[in-house]
Design a protein around this ligand. Structure first.
Ligand SMILES: [Ca+2]
Ligand SMILES: [Ca+2]
Ligand SMILES: [Ca+2]
Ligand SMILES: [Ca+2]
Length: 358
């Protein structure tokens, strides 16, 4: 074993220049660069994760917002459309017994100076018990071009609905079930339960200035039944031409939004359809409605108790129309087409329509 001499452990004398500078410690440039690169990588990763979380949260909020908007619109339409054809002919809120004899009869609807035709739902020129019969429900009848019954794609010029497609026939080959589909629906119901289409008649002594009224068919009875209305003006309007008739409703898709029909355009506007009247939007401009479809299914059943339900309705048979409407709604956020959502609902229309076969 070699023994270390004291000389072997002794440090060598440093060169002159090194002896002049104090010894330095720290990172080399390469180490520093690598460190920074690793740091940047870690930071970038963390930032992108953070951004992903933020974007995910924002997307969730927007999806929820869209879902909420679509659901609200669907709910409004569902609740309202199921009332289509409601008529308070039995006076359920007991405000119609005008002569206070304890019963609602045609005489409570008043009689003309000539004694007839004031309340004439079946259009036979006489006011009698027939006019309060469910078969003559004015909210399910068509008077002239005014179609009060539930109708898809209503033509305001004729009151016609879109063409129907038969999906089921009976043994005799007559149609039992048919479907009508479109982006607009109209209907009426007795919102104020006064038995008439409209919200209460004007007093007979009120002139047209205070109670503006349309003059065309079927309104030329001059604010007489089954149509009756008080003028109503939007709060900010003093203009009488802004009168709005109530109880004639509808929904339609127009320019990416859903419109609700709120009445006539003015008192000269006597039409009722998808392309006339005054409408207001019920969806916000933050969302776009790409599609709205109403799909009306009608089941026709013979209501003559001595016949089978699926028998063809012969002359004199009362025929029952049982209706339901499927509503399908597709929308997306106005600034983001990729957020698309579709919702649908089925509405059972509560008031069946009865038709006496001619
Ligand atoms: Ca009533
Ligand atoms: Ca009475
Ligand atoms: Ca009559
Ligand atoms: Ca009414």
């Amino acid at each position: 074993m070699r023994k270390l001499t004291p000389q072997a452990g002794r440090t060598r004398p440093l060169p002159h220049a090194a002896r002049q500078r104090p010894a330095q410690s720290g990172l080399t440039l390469i180490g520093l660069t690598i460190g920074m690169a690793v740091g940047i990588l870690v930071l970038t990763g963390a930032l992108s994760v953070y951004l992903m979380i933020v974007k995910g949260a924002r997307d969730n909020i927007q999806q929820a917002r869209l879902n909420q908007e679509l659901r609200a619109a669907l709910e409004i339409m569902q609740q309202d459309i199921r009332r289509a054809g409601y008529w308070d002919f039995a006076d359920t809120n007991t405000d119609g017994d005008a002569n206070a004899d304890g019963a609602l009869t045609w005489s409570d609807f008043g009689v003309d100076a000539d004694g007839s035709g004031t309340f004439d739902t079946n259009g036979d020129g006489a006011t009698d018990a027939q006019d309060l019969h469910p078969l003559n429900n004015p909210f399910q009848r068509q008077y002239g071009t005014i179609n009060n019954d539930l109708c898809i794609g209503t033509d305001s010029g004729t009151g016609a609905c879109v063409e129907a497609q038969c999906t089921e026939n009976n043994a005799a080959g007559d149609c039992l079930t048919w479907i009508q589909a479109g982006g607009c629906v109209t209907y009426t119901y007795d919102l104020d339960q006064d038995g008439r289409i409209g919200t209460r008649a004007c007093n007979p002594d009120e002139d047209a200035t205070h109670c503006p009224r349309p003059t065309g068919e079927p309104f030329n009875a001059g604010n007489h039944e089954p149509y009756a209305w008080r003028p109503w003006y939007p709060p900010a309007e003093a203009d009488k031409t802004k009168a709005i008739a109530m109880e004639m409703f509808g929904y339609r898709l127009l320019r990416g939004g859903i419109d609700m029909r709120v009445g006539w355009f003015n008192h000269n506007d006597v039409s009722f359809g998808c392309d006339s009247g005054r409408w207001e939007g019920i969806t916000s401009s933050d969302i776009v409605i790409a599609n709205l479809e109403f799909r009306l299914t009608t089941l026709l059943r013979n209501a003559n108790p001595s016949k089978s339900r699926t028998d063809t309705c012969a002359t004199g048979d009362p025929c029952q129309r049982i209706r339901s409407i499927g509503i399908t709604l597709t929308g997306h956020l106005a600034q983001d087409d990729s957020t698309r959502q579709t919702l649908s609902a089925l509405v059972a229309v509560r008031n069946d329509c009865y038709v006496q076969t001619p």
